[in-house]
Structure formats: C-alpha cells, structure tokens
Design a protein around this ligand. Structure first.
Ligand code: ADP
Length: 399
C-alpha cells in the first residue's frame, strides 16, 4: 500500500440483538464488504456477508456479541477480503448515547469503555450492546478503536432548546435534557447538501428530516444544530415506524392507572407498538403506500398523522432558524417516498417552498433537488451514509 492511501476502516454498529458491519475506504467511499448478524442470543440466527455485490447467508445460532465478532472474522476469512492483506486502519464504533460529556469521537481505552458503560441508564437499550460489541471487537482487532457518538452533533444545542421545563435540580441530578440522536446522519447530510449546491455550509439554514424506521428532524444554522426532535431518548419527536414520538406525558400515568399497564409494558407499547404500526398495523412505507393506492382508510390516516407532525416541526424549526434556505429529506422513507415528501412540503408556497412534483416523483440513489428552480427555499433528497461518516471520523482521529 502506498504511504498516502489510508487503510479501510471497519465500522461496527452493535445493537442488542443484531450487529451491522461495513469495511469502507474513507477517502473513496468504496465499500469492500458489509454484513449483518441477526438474532444474537436466540436459538437461531443468521449471518449475511456481502462482498462484490454477492451475499453469503449462513443460518447459525450466535450466542452473544463475542460469538458475533468471531462470526464476522470467519466471514472475512471465508469470503474475503483478506483482513490482513487490506490492513485495517481502525475500527469505528457507533455509540448511541454520549451523555453530557462526549461530543467528539474518541479513541477507546479501558477507562473510556467504563465511562460509556456508566451512561447505560440514559440508553438502556443501546449502550450495553455497544459496550459488548466494543469489548468483543477489541479482543479480536488490535488496531485503534474509535467511538463515534450519535448524540455528538447535538452536544452544542442552545440552552433553551436542550432544557426541559422540569425542576432544575431534578434535571441536573439525573442529567435529564435533550440529547438528540441520528447526529452522525444529520451532520453528514447537512455537509453533503451544501457540497451538492456548491454553497459553504456556513451560509445555509437547513431543516433536515431523517426518516427511517426511527425518525428525527433537526434545524441546522451554518453547519451547527440548534434544534432536534429526539430528546433524552429516541422516543421523542416525529411519528416513527413503531414509536409514538411526542405524546402528552400524562398518557403514561393514564395507561398505568386506567389501562392497568406496568411501566415496562407502557415502554414497550410506546416504543414497539405505536407510530405507524400502531396507527395502521404496518410500519413499512412501501406497504402503507400500496394500501393507500387500494383506498385503505387506516393507511391514509397514518400518512396524514405522520405528515401533520412533519409540518409541525418544519414550521417550528423555520421560525427557530429565522430564515430557511433548505429542506433535506434522507434515510429509507425520506429518500424513497415521494408521497411523504409531498405530504410534508406541498401547499407551502406562501412560505417559499415550491415543490416540483415531477422532480419529486423521480426515483434515484443520487442527491437531487426536488423544488422548482424559482423556489426561494430549496428542497432536496440527500442519501445518508452513517458508516462512511463514522469511517471518516475514525480515520481523521487516528491520522
Ligand atoms: P433504519 O436504519 O432506521 O432501520 P432505514 O433508513 O433503512 O431505517 O429505513 C427503513 C424504512 O424505509 C422502511 O421501513 C420503509 O418504511 C422505508 N422505505 C425503504 N424503501 C422504501 C421505498 N422504496 N418506498 C417507501 N419507503 C421505503
């Protein structure tokens, strides 16, 4: 390898029951291999390793994150590329919650791992899984490991935006405030959009909608986030695939007292059985769009509730920014559903948003403008790439 070319970065996104990985060259964005290990801890599991456009699937039980990392190594040994030959420069780990202390990416050592573990009460579903994945990966890859926090882009939110109106002492004692998530994606997309437009990111006021299974909005002024829709946890904000997003907080008490549900049951209800799924029984917008085409009233209502929330945030964030230049849609729904984009932005010409319905209906994997040439506010679709963003941050840190 030439001295100038940096080695690829192995990016690991470790969830409680699944682990995603990607071997990516930060400079060129080339993906050398990617994979998904599913049903960790269950009696049956599946490992999918994709290289050169071909997927290799193995049905195998994966006991824990240690076994998942062993499977990962095995997949590379079986199907390539040869990890010794490519020379991994670093392993980049997605860590959901950085709490109040972490914003920049950091090289992981034992002390840092203990600190990430100590943040688990703030992210009980996510951080323990990341810690297990990091531990297992460090035992197998003797290169620098870098933690990239999903909360980082929002660490600088203005005080007024990050503060909940609860008793200040209580909030301080338990570190309760708005942290925000999907930050790596919001930051990446904001930079990509500026690059695509040929405008310095410092000159743009942008509202970004990251609409995947989880969904969040952000308001970005000159490259810095000033608002975001997720909160202490990723439950707040937009209507999501299976999460309710914003609700009256008293619904918790109401369900407990009146519906006799336990706190754990309510948590599951709001995280796993609400959102689009709760409204119409499906959480995949491909299915929902099909049902709408066939005149299904519940699916139509789910779209309307979803879009109503998007417009609520769009309006609020435009005013928080004071001037709106750009609206960007990204992630699975945002990149693919013209129906959702139209429902969120049509009829807003008075506020400077002129959606071009023909451009909006084009299917493409490229970043593109979907507003008219004369639209005072530009509307765009920009594909996100969190793995590449993590790989680049890791590369930058390890030099
Ligand atoms: P996450 O990373 O949060 O799991 P993604 O960003 O991959 O999610 O988005 C997944 C969602 O994207 C799917 O559940 C589906 O609703 C939506 N989606 C994917 N492809 C399409 C499509 N062609 N049309 C409409 N929605 C789509």
């Amino acid at each position: 390898m030439s001295g100038a070319a940096a080695g690829p970065v192995l990016v690991i996104n470790s969830g409680s029951s699944s682990l995603k990985y990607q071997l990516v060259v930060p400079d060129t964005a080339e993906v050398l291999a990617s994979g998904l290990i599913e049903q960790i801890g269950e009696p049956t599991g599946r490992v999918t390793h994709t290289v050169g456009g071909q997927s290799h699937v193995q049905e195998v039980a994966v006991a824990d994150h240690g076994a998942a990392l062993s499977s990962l190594r095995e997949q590379f040994a079986l199907h390539g590329p040869d990890l010794d030959e490519v020379g991994i420069a670093a392993v980049g780990h997605r860590v959901v919650h950085g709490g109040p202390d972490f914003s920049d990416p950091v090289i992981i050592d034992d002390a840092l791992l203990a600190e990430i573990e100590a943040l688990s009460p703030l992210a009980p579903l996510h951080n323990p899984a990341a810690v297990a994945g990091i531990r297992a990966a460090r035992a197998r890859f003797h290169v620098p490991h870098v933690a990239v926090f999903d909360t980082a882009f929002f660490a600088g939110l203005p005080e007024a935006a990050r503060t909940y109106a609860i008793r200040a002492e209580l909030a301080a004692e338990h570190k309760i405030n708005k942290y925000g998530f999907h930050g790596t994606s919001h930051e990446y997309v904001s930079g990509q959009a500026a690059q695509e437009l040929g405008v310095p990111v410092e000159d743009l006021n942008t509202v970004i909608f990251h609409l995947g299974n989880g969904a969040s909005a952000s308001a970005v002024r000159g490259g810095r986030a000033i608002e975001t829709s997720m909160g202490l946890t990723p439950l707040q904000g937009l209507v999501m695939g299976t999460r309710s997003g914003d609700i009256d907080p008293s619904i918790y008490m109401f369900l407990h007292d009146v519906a006799q549900m336990s706190i754990a049951e309510i948590d599951t209800e709001l995280n796993k059985r609400s959102g689009l799924k709760g409204l119409c029984g499906d959480n995949d917008f491909r299915v929902i769009e099909d049902r709408i085409d066939r005149g299904d009233a519940a699916a139509q209502r789910a779209l309307e509730v979803y879009a109503h929330r998007l417009r609520h945030y769009l309006g609020g964030y435009a005013f928080a920014l004071g001037r709106l230049d750009l609206v960007v849609f990204t992630a699975g729904v945002g990149e693919n559903s013209g129906l959702v984009r139209a429902a969120a932005t049509s009829g807003l010409e008075h506020f400077g948003l002129h959606l071009d319905s023909e451009r909006n209906s084009v299917r493409s994997k490229q970043a593109r403008i979907i507003s008219t040439d004369a639209s005072p506010v530009t509307i765009m679709v920009v594909p996100t790439n969190e793995e590449l963003a993590i790989a680049r941050k890791a590369q930058k840190l390890v030099g």
